[in-house]
Design a protein around this ligand. Structure first.
Ligand code: GTB
Length: 216
């Protein structure tokens, strides 16, 4: 059965692939699973039909027959469990790959989201200038730890996995911050992820939505 995911009808990022449908699209492309996309407006996201699928009124969601999922991490995990290619066969290696998914979402993403909030929502706040370096330093600390762990490996633990997919998707939020450039192995890691054919297909698909929105 072809799953249906939801994505922004008009993404505020204008097609830079920063909204979280991108990681779901990427996972589906990695495993070769075709999918449909239902585009939703900001107002439609808060209506009962969408709230029935995601109680928080957000994208992405994932529907496959009777199954409705929300939370991008959970959706990627579901895809990785049901298809070969994103989680190792070996039980311990599989658990480690899942650990990296959690690390990306629970340890790396929170300080990165603080920066997004500071830069986008609190730009005019009186504390903005004082707060920004503190937020950036919290991110630097995590990047330094991750950089040490990755070393000169291509991926976090052996072959590319769902852990790398989520980690690269999270780190991409820093693309325009300059912070990644302070850690060349991490910048190269993100570039390696973005160069994967499955990433390119997912990126082009969401870019086509942004282009259509801009034209219409
Ligand atoms: N924890 C949830 C998950 O991982 O699925 C978070 C989902 C989420 O934050 N969804 C956002 C959303 O629906 C879109 S992705 N927001 C609308 C709302 O809450 O009303 C976050 C996002 C939005 C915009 C950009 N951007 O413009 O760069 C990047 C990321």
């Amino acid at each position: 059965m072809t799953p249906t995911i939801t994505a922004f009808q008009r993404s505020p990022d204008g097609g830079r692939g920063q909204a979280r449908d991108m990681r779901v699209r990427w996972a589906l492309e990695e495993v070769g699973q075709p999918y449909d996309v239902r585009l939703v407006s900001f107002s439609a996201m808060k209506q009962p039909a969408h709230l029935a699928v995601n109680p928080f009124g957000q994208i992405p969601t994932y529907e496959e027959g009777d199954l409705c999922l929300f939370e991008s991490g959970s959706i990627v995990f579901h895809i990785a469990e049901r298809h070969a290619g994103l989680l190792p066969e070996d039980a311990n290696a599989r658990s480690r790959a899942i650990t990296w998914m959690f690390a990306a979402l629970n340890t790396m993403e929170p300080p990165i989201l603080e920066l997004v909030t500071a830069v986008i929502l609190e730009r005019d706040a009186p504390w903005h200038a004082a707060c920004l370096p503190l937020v950036e330093d919290r991110i630097r600390k995590r990047l330094a730890e991750l950089s040490r762990c990755l070393g000169d490996s291509d991926w976090l633990d052996g072959a590319f996995s769902a852990g790398d997919l989520i980690m690269v998707a999270v780190l991409r939020r820093l693309n325009r911050s300059g912070l990644l450039d302070e850690f060349p192995n991490l910048a190269a890691y993100v570039a390696r992820g973005e160069a994967r054919p499955a990433f390119r297909r997912a990126f082009d698909a969401q870019l086509a939505v942004a282009a259509a929105a801009a034209a219409g």
